[in-house]
Design a protein around this ligand. Structure first.
Ligand code: GDD
Ligand code: MN
Length: 372
Protein backbone atom coordinates (compact mmCIF):
# COMPACT_ATOMS: atom_id res chain seq x y z
CA UNK A 1 0.00 0.00 0.00
CA UNK A 2 0.96 3.62 -0.45
CA UNK A 3 1.08 5.10 3.03
CA UNK A 4 1.26 8.85 3.64
CA UNK A 5 2.03 10.15 7.11
CA UNK A 6 0.44 13.55 7.67
CA UNK A 7 2.20 15.81 10.16
CA UNK A 8 0.31 19.05 10.87
CA UNK A 9 2.61 21.77 12.11
CA UNK A 10 2.26 25.22 13.47
CA UNK A 11 5.54 26.53 14.86
CA UNK A 12 7.19 23.13 15.35
CA UNK A 13 10.67 24.02 14.14
CA UNK A 14 12.27 22.49 17.22
CA UNK A 15 10.44 19.18 16.85
CA UNK A 16 9.77 18.36 13.23
CA UNK A 17 13.25 17.23 12.13
CA UNK A 18 13.70 14.97 15.17
CA UNK A 19 10.31 13.46 14.35
CA UNK A 20 11.07 12.98 10.64
CA UNK A 21 14.35 11.26 11.57
CA UNK A 22 12.54 9.01 14.01
CA UNK A 23 9.87 8.13 11.46
CA UNK A 24 12.37 7.35 8.70
CA UNK A 25 13.97 4.88 11.08
CA UNK A 26 10.65 3.46 12.24
CA UNK A 27 9.45 2.60 8.72
CA UNK A 28 12.64 0.91 7.51
CA UNK A 29 11.70 -2.29 9.31
CA UNK A 30 8.15 -2.42 7.93
CA UNK A 31 7.78 -4.61 4.85
CA UNK A 32 5.23 -4.41 2.06
CA UNK A 33 4.41 -0.70 1.98
CA UNK A 34 5.73 2.51 0.43
CA UNK A 35 5.90 5.45 2.83
CA UNK A 36 5.82 9.18 2.25
CA UNK A 37 5.72 12.01 4.78
CA UNK A 38 3.66 15.13 4.36
CA UNK A 39 4.22 18.14 6.60
CA UNK A 40 1.13 20.36 6.50
CA UNK A 41 2.28 23.70 7.77
CA UNK A 42 0.11 26.75 8.30
CA UNK A 43 2.62 29.51 7.59
CA UNK A 44 4.50 29.07 10.86
CA UNK A 45 6.48 32.12 11.88
CA UNK A 46 9.35 30.21 13.49
CA UNK A 47 10.93 28.88 10.31
CA UNK A 48 9.37 25.41 10.34
CA UNK A 49 8.96 25.50 6.57
CA UNK A 50 12.59 26.41 5.94
CA UNK A 51 13.97 23.54 8.00
CA UNK A 52 11.55 21.09 6.39
CA UNK A 53 12.39 22.32 2.88
CA UNK A 54 16.09 21.97 3.54
CA UNK A 55 15.65 18.49 4.98
CA UNK A 56 13.37 17.43 2.10
CA UNK A 57 16.12 18.17 -0.44
CA UNK A 58 17.97 15.13 0.82
CA UNK A 59 14.86 13.04 1.36
CA UNK A 60 12.65 12.55 -1.71
CA UNK A 61 9.89 10.91 0.38
CA UNK A 62 9.25 14.12 2.36
CA UNK A 63 6.73 16.71 1.13
CA UNK A 64 5.68 20.10 2.40
CA UNK A 65 2.24 21.58 1.94
CA UNK A 66 1.78 25.11 3.11
CA UNK A 67 -1.48 26.95 3.68
CA UNK A 68 -3.32 29.62 5.58
CA UNK A 69 -3.90 29.21 9.33
CA UNK A 70 -7.40 27.76 9.39
CA UNK A 71 -7.20 25.36 12.31
CA UNK A 72 -6.05 21.78 12.82
CA UNK A 73 -9.10 20.16 11.23
CA UNK A 74 -8.71 22.11 8.02
CA UNK A 75 -5.00 21.36 7.90
CA UNK A 76 -5.68 17.63 8.23
CA UNK A 77 -8.30 17.76 5.50
CA UNK A 78 -5.96 19.58 3.14
CA UNK A 79 -3.26 17.08 3.95
CA UNK A 80 -5.54 14.12 3.18
CA UNK A 81 -6.57 15.62 -0.12
CA UNK A 82 -2.98 16.12 -1.20
CA UNK A 83 -1.97 12.68 0.07
CA UNK A 84 -4.70 11.00 -1.95
CA UNK A 85 -4.72 13.12 -5.12
CA UNK A 86 -1.01 13.74 -5.50
CA UNK A 87 0.78 11.05 -3.52
CA UNK A 88 -1.81 8.34 -4.32
CA UNK A 89 -2.14 7.27 -0.71
CA UNK A 90 -4.28 4.22 0.11
CA UNK A 91 -3.66 4.60 3.80
CA UNK A 92 -3.21 7.76 5.84
CA UNK A 93 -1.42 7.98 9.16
CA UNK A 94 -1.67 11.18 11.12
CA UNK A 95 0.26 12.22 14.18
CA UNK A 96 1.11 15.30 16.22
CA UNK A 97 4.40 16.86 15.14
CA UNK A 98 5.53 17.93 18.62
CA UNK A 99 7.05 14.56 19.68
CA UNK A 100 4.08 13.78 21.92
CA UNK A 101 3.48 10.80 19.64
CA UNK A 102 6.32 8.31 19.63
CA UNK A 103 7.50 6.90 16.25
CA UNK A 104 8.31 3.70 18.16
CA UNK A 105 4.57 2.89 18.19
CA UNK A 106 4.25 3.49 14.45
CA UNK A 107 4.63 -0.13 13.37
CA UNK A 108 1.79 -1.30 15.62
CA UNK A 109 -0.65 0.81 13.58
CA UNK A 110 0.48 -0.76 10.31
CA UNK A 111 0.33 -4.24 11.83
CA UNK A 112 -3.35 -3.79 12.65
CA UNK A 113 -4.06 -2.52 9.13
CA UNK A 114 -2.27 -5.57 7.73
CA UNK A 115 -4.52 -7.73 9.89
CA UNK A 116 -7.64 -6.15 8.38
CA UNK A 117 -8.53 -3.10 10.46
CA UNK A 118 -9.48 -0.03 8.49
CA UNK A 119 -9.23 2.59 11.25
CA UNK A 120 -6.52 2.27 13.89
CA UNK A 121 -6.74 4.58 16.90
CA UNK A 122 -3.77 5.32 19.14
CA UNK A 123 -5.19 5.01 22.63
CA UNK A 124 -3.97 6.39 25.93
CA UNK A 125 -6.79 4.76 27.85
CA UNK A 126 -6.28 1.06 27.22
CA UNK A 127 -3.82 -1.33 28.83
CA UNK A 128 -0.30 -0.31 27.85
CA UNK A 129 -1.30 3.26 27.00
CA UNK A 130 -0.75 6.28 29.22
CA UNK A 131 -1.00 10.01 29.73
CA UNK A 132 2.00 11.89 31.17
CA UNK A 133 2.51 11.16 34.85
CA UNK A 134 3.68 14.73 35.40
CA UNK A 135 0.29 16.14 34.36
CA UNK A 136 -1.47 17.82 37.25
CA UNK A 137 -4.47 16.07 38.75
CA UNK A 138 -6.99 18.47 37.20
CA UNK A 139 -5.53 17.96 33.74
CA UNK A 140 -5.68 14.20 34.11
CA UNK A 141 -9.27 14.31 35.32
CA UNK A 142 -10.15 16.71 32.53
CA UNK A 143 -8.77 14.40 29.87
CA UNK A 144 -10.32 11.24 31.32
CA UNK A 145 -13.73 12.80 31.93
CA UNK A 146 -13.76 14.50 28.52
CA UNK A 147 -13.08 11.23 26.78
CA UNK A 148 -15.71 9.42 28.82
CA UNK A 149 -18.33 12.03 27.89
CA UNK A 150 -17.58 11.58 24.20
CA UNK A 151 -17.33 7.81 24.46
CA UNK A 152 -20.64 7.26 26.22
CA UNK A 153 -22.34 10.36 24.84
CA UNK A 154 -21.89 9.15 21.28
CA UNK A 155 -22.73 5.61 22.31
CA UNK A 156 -19.61 3.78 21.11
CA UNK A 157 -17.96 2.67 24.35
CA UNK A 158 -15.67 0.16 22.65
CA UNK A 159 -13.31 2.93 21.55
CA UNK A 160 -11.63 4.50 24.58
CA UNK A 161 -9.67 7.41 23.15
CA UNK A 162 -11.64 9.79 20.95
CA UNK A 163 -9.69 13.01 21.11
CA UNK A 164 -6.15 12.00 20.25
CA UNK A 165 -4.42 12.56 16.95
CA UNK A 166 -2.30 9.43 16.38
CA UNK A 167 -4.23 7.31 13.91
CA UNK A 168 -4.17 5.33 10.70
CA UNK A 169 -7.15 5.04 8.36
CA UNK A 170 -8.00 3.93 4.86
CA UNK A 171 -8.57 6.65 2.26
CA UNK A 172 -12.23 5.70 1.81
CA UNK A 173 -13.16 7.67 4.93
CA UNK A 174 -11.77 10.82 3.40
CA UNK A 175 -13.62 10.05 0.17
CA UNK A 176 -16.85 9.58 2.08
CA UNK A 177 -16.73 12.42 4.56
CA UNK A 178 -14.48 15.22 3.31
CA UNK A 179 -17.47 17.35 2.34
CA UNK A 180 -19.21 17.26 5.70
CA UNK A 181 -15.92 17.43 7.64
CA UNK A 182 -15.20 20.96 6.37
CA UNK A 183 -17.23 22.52 9.14
CA UNK A 184 -15.07 20.96 11.88
CA UNK A 185 -12.11 23.25 11.49
CA UNK A 186 -10.54 22.82 14.94
CA UNK A 187 -9.52 19.95 17.24
CA UNK A 188 -13.07 18.55 17.35
CA UNK A 189 -12.29 17.26 13.86
CA UNK A 190 -10.62 14.23 15.45
CA UNK A 191 -13.82 13.21 17.25
CA UNK A 192 -16.16 13.85 14.33
CA UNK A 193 -14.01 12.01 11.79
CA UNK A 194 -13.67 8.91 13.95
CA UNK A 195 -17.38 8.99 14.81
CA UNK A 196 -18.52 9.21 11.19
CA UNK A 197 -16.13 6.46 10.16
CA UNK A 198 -17.25 4.07 12.90
CA UNK A 199 -20.90 4.79 12.20
CA UNK A 200 -20.34 3.94 8.56
CA UNK A 201 -18.99 0.55 9.56
CA UNK A 202 -15.24 1.04 10.06
CA UNK A 203 -13.49 -1.83 11.79
CA UNK A 204 -11.83 0.36 14.41
CA UNK A 205 -9.01 -1.11 16.46
CA UNK A 206 -7.07 0.55 19.26
CA UNK A 207 -3.36 0.25 19.87
CA UNK A 208 -1.82 1.55 23.09
CA UNK A 209 0.25 4.73 22.93
CA UNK A 210 2.20 6.57 25.60
CA UNK A 211 1.48 10.23 25.23
CA UNK A 212 4.34 12.44 26.41
CA UNK A 213 4.46 16.19 26.84
CA UNK A 214 5.76 18.12 23.85
CA UNK A 215 9.51 18.75 23.83
CA UNK A 216 9.69 22.26 22.37
CA UNK A 217 7.19 25.04 21.88
CA UNK A 218 3.67 25.55 23.14
CA UNK A 219 0.32 23.78 22.69
CA UNK A 220 -1.99 25.54 20.22
CA UNK A 221 -5.23 24.28 21.66
CA UNK A 222 -7.72 26.86 22.97
CA UNK A 223 -9.36 24.96 25.85
CA UNK A 224 -12.62 26.89 26.21
CA UNK A 225 -13.38 26.83 22.49
CA UNK A 226 -12.44 23.15 22.37
CA UNK A 227 -14.77 22.24 25.25
CA UNK A 228 -17.59 24.16 23.61
CA UNK A 229 -17.05 22.45 20.25
CA UNK A 230 -16.89 18.99 21.81
CA UNK A 231 -20.03 19.42 23.92
CA UNK A 232 -21.89 20.91 20.99
CA UNK A 233 -20.91 17.99 18.80
CA UNK A 234 -21.93 15.33 21.32
CA UNK A 235 -25.26 17.00 22.16
CA UNK A 236 -26.29 17.60 18.54
CA UNK A 237 -25.37 14.05 17.60
CA UNK A 238 -27.44 12.71 20.51
CA UNK A 239 -30.46 14.79 19.54
CA UNK A 240 -30.14 13.73 15.90
CA UNK A 241 -29.93 10.07 16.85
CA UNK A 242 -32.98 10.42 19.05
CA UNK A 243 -35.03 12.17 16.40
CA UNK A 244 -34.11 9.60 13.80
CA UNK A 245 -34.87 6.77 16.18
CA UNK A 246 -38.21 5.82 17.66
CA UNK A 247 -38.29 8.72 20.11
CA UNK A 248 -38.69 11.29 17.31
CA UNK A 249 -41.54 9.34 15.75
CA UNK A 250 -43.12 8.88 19.16
CA UNK A 251 -43.11 12.69 19.58
CA UNK A 252 -44.67 13.28 16.17
CA UNK A 253 -47.41 10.71 16.79
CA UNK A 254 -47.99 12.18 20.26
CA UNK A 255 -48.31 15.69 18.82
CA UNK A 256 -50.93 14.46 16.35
CA UNK A 257 -52.78 12.83 19.27
CA UNK A 258 -52.64 16.06 21.24
CA UNK A 259 -54.13 17.96 18.28
CA UNK A 260 -56.93 15.41 17.89
CA UNK A 261 -57.67 15.68 21.59
CA UNK A 262 -57.88 19.47 21.41
CA UNK A 263 -59.96 19.64 18.23
CA UNK A 264 -62.51 17.08 19.49
CA UNK A 265 -62.81 18.91 22.80
CA UNK A 266 -63.42 22.27 21.11
CA UNK A 267 -65.84 20.90 18.50
CA UNK A 268 -67.71 18.86 21.13
CA UNK A 269 -68.25 21.95 23.25
CA UNK A 270 -69.38 23.93 20.17
CA UNK A 271 -71.99 21.25 19.47
CA UNK A 272 -73.28 21.48 23.00
CA UNK A 273 -71.50 18.60 24.73
CA UNK A 274 -70.42 19.01 28.33
CA UNK A 275 -66.63 19.78 28.39
CA UNK A 276 -65.95 16.74 30.60
CA UNK A 277 -67.64 14.39 28.14
CA UNK A 278 -66.01 16.14 25.17
CA UNK A 279 -62.57 15.85 26.75
CA UNK A 280 -63.06 12.16 27.49
CA UNK A 281 -64.04 11.59 23.84
CA UNK A 282 -61.08 13.62 22.65
CA UNK A 283 -58.67 11.79 24.93
CA UNK A 284 -59.90 8.38 23.84
CA UNK A 285 -59.71 9.27 20.15
CA UNK A 286 -56.17 10.52 20.72
CA UNK A 287 -55.34 7.24 22.43
CA UNK A 288 -56.73 5.28 19.48
CA UNK A 289 -54.73 7.40 17.04
CA UNK A 290 -51.57 7.05 19.13
CA UNK A 291 -51.97 3.30 19.30
CA UNK A 292 -52.56 2.88 15.57
CA UNK A 293 -49.71 5.11 14.44
CA UNK A 294 -47.19 3.98 17.03
CA UNK A 295 -47.94 0.40 16.01
CA UNK A 296 -47.73 1.10 12.29
CA UNK A 297 -44.78 3.50 12.36
CA UNK A 298 -42.88 4.25 15.57
CA UNK A 299 -42.47 0.64 16.61
CA UNK A 300 -43.14 -1.05 13.31
CA UNK A 301 -40.14 -3.32 13.82
CA UNK A 302 -42.11 -4.85 16.71
CA UNK A 303 -45.60 -4.51 15.22
CA UNK A 304 -48.50 -6.16 17.06
CA UNK A 305 -50.81 -8.28 14.87
CA UNK A 306 -54.19 -10.03 15.11
CA UNK A 307 -56.11 -10.57 18.32
CA UNK A 308 -53.19 -9.52 20.52
CA UNK A 309 -53.96 -6.00 19.43
CA UNK A 310 -57.08 -5.99 21.65
CA UNK A 311 -55.18 -6.92 24.81
CA UNK A 312 -52.37 -4.55 23.95
CA UNK A 313 -54.83 -1.75 23.26
CA UNK A 314 -56.34 -2.20 26.72
CA UNK A 315 -52.85 -2.16 28.25
CA UNK A 316 -52.12 0.93 26.20
CA UNK A 317 -55.18 2.64 27.70
CA UNK A 318 -54.02 1.70 31.18
CA UNK A 319 -50.58 3.23 30.64
CA UNK A 320 -52.22 6.36 29.23
CA UNK A 321 -54.23 6.62 32.45
CA UNK A 322 -50.85 6.48 34.18
CA UNK A 323 -49.74 9.55 32.22
CA UNK A 324 -52.96 11.39 33.12
CA UNK A 325 -52.43 10.55 36.80
CA UNK A 326 -48.84 11.82 36.57
CA UNK A 327 -50.00 15.04 34.94
CA UNK A 328 -52.79 15.66 37.44
CA UNK A 329 -50.51 14.69 40.35
CA UNK A 330 -47.80 17.11 39.22
CA UNK A 331 -50.35 19.94 39.01
CA UNK A 332 -51.76 18.96 42.40
CA UNK A 333 -48.41 18.95 44.17
CA UNK A 334 -47.19 22.09 42.36
CA UNK A 335 -50.25 24.19 43.09
CA UNK A 336 -50.28 23.01 46.71
CA UNK A 337 -46.87 24.63 47.14
CA UNK A 338 -46.96 27.57 44.73
CA UNK A 339 -50.64 28.45 44.62
CA UNK A 340 -53.33 27.76 42.06
CA UNK A 341 -52.09 30.38 39.59
CA UNK A 342 -48.94 28.33 38.96
CA UNK A 343 -50.93 25.51 37.36
CA UNK A 344 -49.70 26.12 33.80
CA UNK A 345 -46.05 25.61 34.70
CA UNK A 346 -46.88 22.37 36.44
CA UNK A 347 -49.12 21.30 33.57
CA UNK A 348 -46.11 21.63 31.24
CA UNK A 349 -43.87 19.82 33.72
CA UNK A 350 -46.49 17.09 34.10
CA UNK A 351 -46.82 16.68 30.33
CA UNK A 352 -43.02 16.38 30.13
CA UNK A 353 -42.82 13.71 32.81
CA UNK A 354 -45.85 11.94 31.31
CA UNK A 355 -44.09 11.92 27.94
CA UNK A 356 -41.09 10.13 29.39
CA UNK A 357 -43.41 7.74 31.25
CA UNK A 358 -45.31 6.95 28.05
CA UNK A 359 -42.15 6.39 26.03
CA UNK A 360 -40.75 4.02 28.62
CA UNK A 361 -44.07 2.13 28.89
CA UNK A 362 -44.46 1.85 25.12
CA UNK A 363 -40.93 0.76 24.38
CA UNK A 364 -40.54 -1.67 27.28
CA UNK A 365 -44.08 -3.04 27.85
CA UNK A 366 -46.49 -2.44 24.99
CA UNK A 367 -43.96 -2.82 22.17
CA UNK A 368 -41.51 -4.96 24.07
CA UNK A 369 -38.70 -6.42 21.98
CA UNK A 370 -38.61 -10.15 21.48
CA UNK A 371 -36.59 -11.92 24.14
CA UNK A 372 -36.73 -9.03 26.60
N1 GDD B 1 -1.14 22.98 10.26
C1 GDD B 1 -1.64 23.20 11.49
N2 GDD B 1 -2.57 24.17 11.67
N3 GDD B 1 -1.21 22.45 12.52
C2 GDD B 1 -1.72 22.69 13.73
C3 GDD B 1 -2.69 23.67 13.99
C4 GDD B 1 -3.13 24.46 12.89
O1 GDD B 1 -3.98 25.34 13.01
N4 GDD B 1 -2.99 23.65 15.31
C5 GDD B 1 -2.23 22.68 15.85
N5 GDD B 1 -1.46 22.10 14.92
C6 GDD B 1 -0.50 20.99 15.07
C7 GDD B 1 0.57 21.25 16.07
O2 GDD B 1 1.68 21.89 15.50
C8 GDD B 1 0.90 19.83 16.54
O3 GDD B 1 1.77 19.18 15.66
C9 GDD B 1 -0.44 19.14 16.49
O4 GDD B 1 -1.24 19.88 15.56
C10 GDD B 1 -1.12 19.07 17.85
O5 GDD B 1 -1.24 20.38 18.37
P1 GDD B 1 -0.79 20.78 19.86
O6 GDD B 1 -0.78 22.26 19.91
O7 GDD B 1 0.45 20.07 20.26
O8 GDD B 1 -2.06 20.29 20.65
P2 GDD B 1 -2.17 19.56 22.05
O9 GDD B 1 -0.98 18.72 22.35
O10 GDD B 1 -2.59 20.56 23.06
O11 GDD B 1 -3.43 18.63 21.72
C11 GDD B 1 -3.44 17.25 21.93
O12 GDD B 1 -4.72 16.91 22.42
C12 GDD B 1 -5.77 17.13 21.51
C13 GDD B 1 -7.07 16.84 22.21
O13 GDD B 1 -6.97 15.64 22.94
C14 GDD B 1 -3.14 16.52 20.60
O14 GDD B 1 -2.91 15.15 20.90
C15 GDD B 1 -4.25 16.64 19.60
O15 GDD B 1 -4.01 15.78 18.48
C16 GDD B 1 -5.56 16.26 20.27
O16 GDD B 1 -6.65 16.45 19.36
MN1 MN C 1 0.89 18.65 21.68
Amino acid sequence: MNVTVILPTYNERGNIIVLLDGLSQAVTGIPGHAFSFLVVDDTSEDGTQEVVRRYARKHPDIFLLSGKKEGLGRALLRGMQYAIDTLHADLIVQMDADLSHDPASFSSFIKEIDKGADFVVGSRYIRGGSIPSNWGLHRKIFSVVGNAIVRFGLGFPLVHDWTGGYRAYMRKYYDRFHGEMKKFSGYVFQIAFLHKSIRSGARAVEVPIQFTDRLYGRSKIAPSQYIRDVLRYVVTQRIKAMMQGSFGKFCIVGTAGFLINTVVLELGVQFGLHPVLASVMGAELAIVSNFIFNNAWTFRDRKIHGKRRIIKFLQFNATSVGAIVIQAGTIWVGTAFYGISAYRIFYILGVGIGLVWNYIMYSTIIWKRQGQ
